[in-house]
Structure formats: C-alpha cells, structure tokens
Design a protein around this ligand. Structure first.
Ligand code: ADP
Length: 804
C-alpha cells in the first residue's frame, strides 16, 4: 500500500506534513549528538595521547636492558598513541557526516514546502469549481423565480386582453420572453459548470492527487536512503571492533604474550653474573682464653658443676624448640595437603586448582615451601646445638663432675648451686595419694614407659602386677633404662638401698633431693620427674554407661567423661589377660594418639592408673560399618556408598602419608557416624613402618581381606592396605555381604592365586568396580596408592553430583 492510494484524505495530508516536521526535528537531534560524539572522541584522543606519553616516561637506562617486559610496555604505549590518532581521524570524519546531515535536512525542508504548494494548487482548482457550481445554482434559482413571476403576469394579461394583442400585452410578453431566455442560459451554464466540476473532481481524485502523493513517497524514500547511509557512516566511525582497532589490539596482545618469565632476566643475569659468594667465617677468638689456664677450650663446651644444670636446661629448651619446629612442619604439610600424603616430606598440591586459582595456589605453595624450608633450617640449627650439648654431657657421663672453680671457692659455689637447684626442683609433694602424683603413671606398660624416659635422670613411678600382686616400680633413664621395685619392709615402710620411708612419695622425694644413686651398682640418679602425658586420663574420670560392642580384648562401652561431660567410646582390656596382651591392647592407643583426621577415629586418652586399662575414643554413633551396611541395605544410595568409599580413602591416604600400615582394613573395623561419614578404626594390628615383615606366624589373619604377598611372604606395605580397601569397597557395594561367600579361607586363597577376582556387586558403578580390580592387582606395585584412589573416587562423586 503506497501513499497514492492510502493517504488521499485531508487528515492524511495533514499527518504527512506533521510527520515531516517530526523527521526534521529528529534530524536536528541526531546532528547535535553526532557533533558531541565527534567532540568527545577528539578529547579522548587527546587524553589517550597523554596516557601514551606518560607511559613512555620510563627508564631507558641500562638497568632494564634486555627486559622483555619493558620492551613490550614501550611498544604497547606506541600502539596506544596509534589508537589515539585513529580516534582523532574518526572524529574528523564524524564532523563531515554532520555536514551531510545538515544538507539533507535543508533538502528535506525544501521538499516539504514544494509538496505543500503543489497540493494547494491542485486543490485550489477543485475548490474554485465547487464554488462556481454553488454560485451558478443560486443564480439559477434567482432567474427561475423571475421567470415564474413574469410568466404568471403574461398569462394573466393574455387572458384579459380581448384580441390577444395590445401594447401592454406586447410589453409583458417581451419581458416574459427575456426572462425565459435568461433562465435557459443560466440553466445551461449551471449544467456546464456541474459537468466541469465532475470532470475536475474526477481528475483530482484519480490523476492529480495520486500523482502528487506518489511523487512525494518516492522523494521521502530517497531521503530515508540518504539518511540511512549517513547513519551508517556515523556508526562506522565509532566502531571499535573495526579491523584497524582489531589490528592494534592484536599487536598489543602479541607483545604482551611475548613476555616470557624464563627469558626476562637472561640478559641481566648474563651481565651481572658472579661466582657464588664465599662463606662468612665464624671462629672462636683464641686470644680470649689465652690467659685462662686449662678449663676453657676454644669451640668446646665446658661441662662442670657450674654449668651442668644450665646446660641441661638449655638442652631441654632446645629439644623443645626442635620438637616445636617438627610439629609446625607437620602441621604445615598437613594443612597444605588437606590431610593428603606427603611426598618425601614435601608439600604437594592437593589438585584443587581452578583455572584462575592456579597462580595464587602456586604462590601459596611456593610461600609454604619457603616457610617449610625456614623451619627445616631452624630445626637443623637447633638440632646441631642439641647434639653438641648432648655430646658434651655424654662425655662427662655419670662421672663426678669436675669443679668449675678454684678450690677455695668451691664451698661457696656449691652453696649457691644447691640453693639454685632447690629452686629449680619440681616440688614432689607428699601429702596426696600416690595415684594423684603427676609422675605416677599407673599400670602403663614398660614399653610405653621406655618411650617417655629419654635423657639420663628422667624418671617416673608406675605399678605392675606380678603373680597377681601389685608392685610399685621406679623407672629411670640412666645409661639405658633401669626399673627398681620398691621394697616393703616388715614395718610397712618403703626403701631401695638407703633408709626406709613411710610413704612411696617420701622415698622418691628423698632420692630426688639427695641426688644419691638409687642403687650403688646402677648409679642412677633422679633428675627430672616425667609427668603424665595429656593422654593419660584418670580411670575415675570415666563413667561407663552401656555396652555397645565386643572387641578382641574386652567389651566396648558408651561412657561419659566426668570432667568434660563428653560422651565417649571406651574399649576395656580384660584384667585377666597376660601383660603381653595388655601391651598389644595399648598399642592401638599409642598409634592413634599421633593422628588427627576426620576419617580416623580420634583417641581421647588411655586410662592406665589402675585396672582395667581402657582406651577412650570419640564416640561414633552409627557403630560398626559392617552392621550399618547390613541394617540399612535398603535405604543406601549409590552416592552414599561412594561417599563412604571416599571417606575411607581419605583416612587411608592420611595413614599412608604417616607410614602407617593398618593391616586389618575391613568394614567390621570401620565406624560410621550419623552423617554416613566413615572413620577408620581398630588399629590393633597396625604398624608404623614402610614395610613390615611378619615373622611370628600368621595367627588370626583376616585371609579374605589380605593381599597375596602378605599371605605368602608376610610382607606388608600400604599397598596391602590398598588390596583390603578393594575388599572394603566390595563390602560397601554389596551392602555387607561376606566376600568370597561359600569359599573357605584356603579355597579363596587358592583361587586368588590363580587369578580369580570377585564379580561386581549388583548396581556398582562400572568405574568403581574397575577401581576394585586395580586394588586387587596381583603385582602390588601396579595397585594405585590411596592418593590416587581418593582422587578417582572424588572425581566420580563430583561427576555424579554435577549430573543431578
Ligand atoms: P577390637 O579392637 O577389640 O576388635 P573393635 O574396635 O572392633 O574392637 O570394637 C568392637 C565394636 O565396638 C565395634 O564393632 C563397634 O560396634 C564398637 N565400637 C568400637 N569403637 C567404637 C567407637 N569409637 N564408637 C562407637 N562404637 C565403637
């Protein structure tokens, strides 16, 4: 539908004029805004040039010679300058575009005027004719009335006149005929003017107006075309994605990309390279002791009665500092690895890098590794001092210490020394019961005691049951470890070789303060009481509540610690078991106390003050994993089963990193809490060694969980635990089935040796079964380590979570 047919009405004509006015105003607005843009771009170009100039104010001196980063920067600034020039050029082009818009607007104004005039012209003729017709019609009416009146008069005179003649009649007739002629003429004119009006109107509607409108449409459309082209030009000059900008950007990208960290300092290093610095020499200044006869020697510690205590204190301090360093290092490694294995004691990445986190992760690893190195150095430095003092003290051994002073000063010095010593001594009070003394360790087995006594003079008191009789023993570190049974006199007093005392506490205090040997033969002197470790809880602090399980050594109870009100699990050891078994029972506590991981059951303490000895652990509410799997076989989802596998792998990864071989990993030895989180437990068979060879027979071996090389050669490594982990996975996915069911232990062993492996339990994800098979590789070295296992299971879980 075009203008010619659609816009003929008067209203449409007026709307067309209004539209053109609006277009003209729009054009003005555009013009102003493009002018402003040109101005902005020019200003931006000026600022950008200033930026580039500022950026180029860099050191051109030698220091940065050969630096790629400096070179790239300079070129980048040059490119910015280019960019500024391009902006300026574009701004100038925009001004040209503005001029074009001005011309277009002027042409458009002219066209509008021409259209209005032409329209008025053709409309005027029609209007004129319309008026003519009206005028002619009213003339017609006027003449018609005149004619009618004269005709009536003529008829009246004609009837009255007797001869139908006479002057008057002639006169009337004459008038009547004239009126008749006028009427007819008017009639004809009216007819002609109507006919003409009809023709003009027809032409106006069918020819002239459509012609005018058609022309108008084509004029306006040609304006729109020009207008569009102008706009395109304007946009084009503001297009930042244009090739010229892209090229500049590409060049900048290439420049920055050419910065290569490994090449950056190449030239610089070449220029300034020097040979390694010579070490600074620290030497004892011999002149200092030139005038002092004998006692003080260069670079050698002096051990005498004046210095021995100081040295011992210093030794203790330094050993504490060494331990401190070691603990800090361990914590740091664990922190970085998130409880994952430690490769050669170094920090390894935990693989949680995201693409934009890589750098910061690398930085932090770098920093941690630096801190770790600093700690290692500190440890080494302190250890050196420890060794030096130990060596000096050992040389003197248990001989009487040389006097550090001239003879005539000895008395005074001894007095001062003794006074000093008395202040330093830990008070060994006598007015509390023996079991409350910090240095009384109850029935702590000898093996554990030996671990606590490290330096000569370290001592503690303990209890042992021999032939169903309780005996109190003083254990001392003195050229090895010595254990002295406290003798009871017939009067009920206590003694060693010296005088008897009414209480064991008094006896020990006497030995301590007098610094006399416990027995002449041993020469053992009591120097430092070793107090109970924080693990050694008081039996009276534990209130057993209800039995929750049965272990190899005795019942397991839910219990409460009186002191903290904490609910705990307590493993008890039957009193009737031989000492050897009790030692084995405590082995679990000793191993567990070093570990702290969410997937390893936590040790809270051991109770060895009296019988029954107990191990206190965190209470894991779901109990044994095996029972849990069997009881909840219907409700368990694949996701939960995989989560259990991941937890177990995390715990085992931690153990592997600590060189701990569990040797009895199985669902029955795992615990599960209410959130389905699995914790590795039952460390009764565990060993802290990289490789453990069993030589004392193979009693009570969990054959179906044990790797072939351990069964065949007694060789245990963490890779044996990996085999057991495969069986554990199988138990988890079979929801507590017995492995190799229907086969005896020896049959299962035979079949495994010939390559048989259990089929996949129902609904086990394919990848998890593949992992089980890898864990059951006949060649231990082909099995994955726990680190890898954890990562595989974790990735599978992540994939599963993401797919939901
Ligand atoms: P043992 O080491 O003597 O073989 P277990 O460690 O197997 O003893 O413990 C026997 C049972 O006691 C377990 O199967 C479990 O049901 C329960 N149990 C053991 N430790 C805990 C604990 N920390 N929290 C909850 N229940 C436990």
């Amino acid at each position: 539908m075009g203008f010619s047919s659609a816009l003929q009405s008067r209203a449409a004509h007026e709307a067309l004029i209004v539209r053109q006015d609006a277009e003209l105003r729009l054009m003005e607005t555009m013009k102003r805004s493009i002018q402003m843009k040109a101005k902005c771009d020019k200003e931006y170009a000026i600022s950008l040039t200033a930026v580039a100039q500022q950026g180029l104010k860099i050191d051109r001196a030698d220091e940065m010679q050969g630096s790629l980063i400096s070179k790239s920067w300079r070129s980048y600034m040059d490119e910015l300058d280019q960019q500024a020039k391009q902006f300026k050029l574009n701004a100038e082009q925009l001004e040209v575009v503005c001029d074009k818009l001005t011309h277009l607007s002027q042409d458009k104004r002219k066209a509008r005027k021409a259209y209005q005039e032409e329209h008025a012209k053709i409309a005027a003729r029609l209007n004129h004719l319309t008026d003519e017709v009206v005028r002619k019609k009213s003339e017609y009416q006027k003449h018609l009335e005149g004619y009618k009146a004269l005709r009536t008069r003529f008829e009246e005179n004609y009837i009255k006149a007797p001869s139908r003649s006479g002057r008057k009649l002639d006169d009337v007739r004459d008038k009547y005929q004239k009126a008749c002629r006028k009427l007819h003429l008017t009639h004809n004119e009216y007819v002609l003017s109507i006919t003409e009006a009809i023709e003009v109107e027809k032409d106006f509607r069918n020819v002239l107006l459509p012609g005018l409108l058609e022309h108008q449409q084509s004029v306006q459309e040609s304006f729109i075309l020009l207008w569009r082209n102008i706009l395109q030009e304007a946009v084009q000059y503001g297009d930042l994605t244009a090739d010229k900008y892209k090229e500049i950007q590409k060049r900048i990208d290439t420049l920055i990309g050419s910065i290569n960290p490994t090449e950056e300092y190449g030239e610089f290093t070449e220029k300034y390279k020097t040979s390694p610095t010579t070490p600074l020499l620290f030497q004892f200044d011999e002149t200092l002791i030139q005038d002092i006869p004998g006692k003080l020697q260069s670079s050698t510690l002096t051990v005498d009665n004046l210095t021995v205590d100081w040295l011992r204190n210093r030794l203790q301090e330094l050993e504490g500092a060494v331990r401190d360093c070691q603990e800090k290092q361990l914590k740091m490694i664990e922190h970085v690895n998130g409880g994952s294995p430690v490769a050669n004691g170094s920090i390894i990445s935990n693989g949680s890098n995201t693409s934009n986190g890589i750098q910061s992760n690398k930085d932090s690893l770098c920093r941690q590794s630096k801190d770790l190195n600093a700690l290692r150095c500190q440890e080494k430095q302190k250890q050196k001092l420890v060794d030096m003092i130990k060596c000096a003290l050992n040389e003197v051994g248990c001989e009487e210490l040389p006097s550090g002073c001239d003879d005539d000063l000895t008395l005074e010095q001894n007095f001062i020394e003794n006074g000093y010593n008395n202040e330093q001594q830990i008070s060994l009070s006598t007015n509390r019961p023996l079991y409350e003394e910090e240095w009384f360790h109850g029935v702590l087995p000898r093996e554990e005691v030996v671990r606590l006594l490290n330096n000569d003079g370290d001592f503690l008191v303990r209890e042992t049951i021999r032939n169903e009789e309780s005996q109190i023993v003083l254990s001392v570190c003195w050229n090895g470890h010595k254990h002295f049974i406290v003798q009871t006199t017939s009067e009920g007093n206590f003694r060693f070789e010296g005088p008897p005392f009414a209480s064991i506490q008094e006896l020990i205090m006497h030995q301590y303060h007098s610094e006399l040997p416990v027995t002449v033969k041993s020469g053992s002197i009591l120097r430092r009481p070793v107090c109970r470790e924080r693990w050694e809880l008081s039996n009276d602090d534990v209130v057993l509540l209800e039995r929750i399980g049965r272990g190899n050594f005795g019942d397991v109870y839910k219990a409460k610690l009186k002191s903290t009100k904490l609910d705990v699990a307590v493993k008890t050891c039957r009193m009737t078991l031989p000492d050897e078994q009790k030692r084995k029972f405590l082995q679990e506590g000793r191993i567990l106390k070093q570990y702290d991981h969410p997937n390893i059951v936590k040790l809270i303490g051991i109770c060895v003050q009296k019988q029954p000895i107990m191990i206190v652990m965190e209470l894991v509410l779901g109990g044994s994993l095996l029972t849990y799997l069997r009881k909840n076989s219907n409700g368990l989802t694949t996701r939960q089963q995989m989560g259990m596998c991941r937890d177990a792998a995390a715990g085992m990864r931690y153990l592997e990193s600590k060189n701990c071989i569990h040797r009895d990993l199985a669902a029955r030895n795992c615990l599960v809490d209410l959130e389905h989180s699995v914790k590795i437990s039952d460390f009764g068979m565990s060993r802290e060694e990289e490789e453990y060879i069993v030589s004392d027979g193979m009693k009570q071996i969990p054959v179906k969980w044990t790797a072939p090389e351990a069964l065949n050669f007694g060789k245990y490594t963490s890779l044996c635990d990996v085999w057991s982990y495969g069986i554990l996975m199988w138990e988890i996915f079979s929801k507590g089935d017995t492995p190799y069911s229907g086969m005896t232990n020896s049959r299962a062993r035979e079949r495994i040796d010939t390559g048989y492996r259990m089929p996949t339990p129902k609904s086990t994800p394919e990848e998890m079964y593949r992992l089980m098979l890898q864990c059951w590789a006949a060649d231990a070295e082909s099995r994955p380590h726990f680190d890898e296992i954890y990562n595989v299971v974790d990735a599978l879980i992540l994939r599963l979570d993401n797919s939901h």
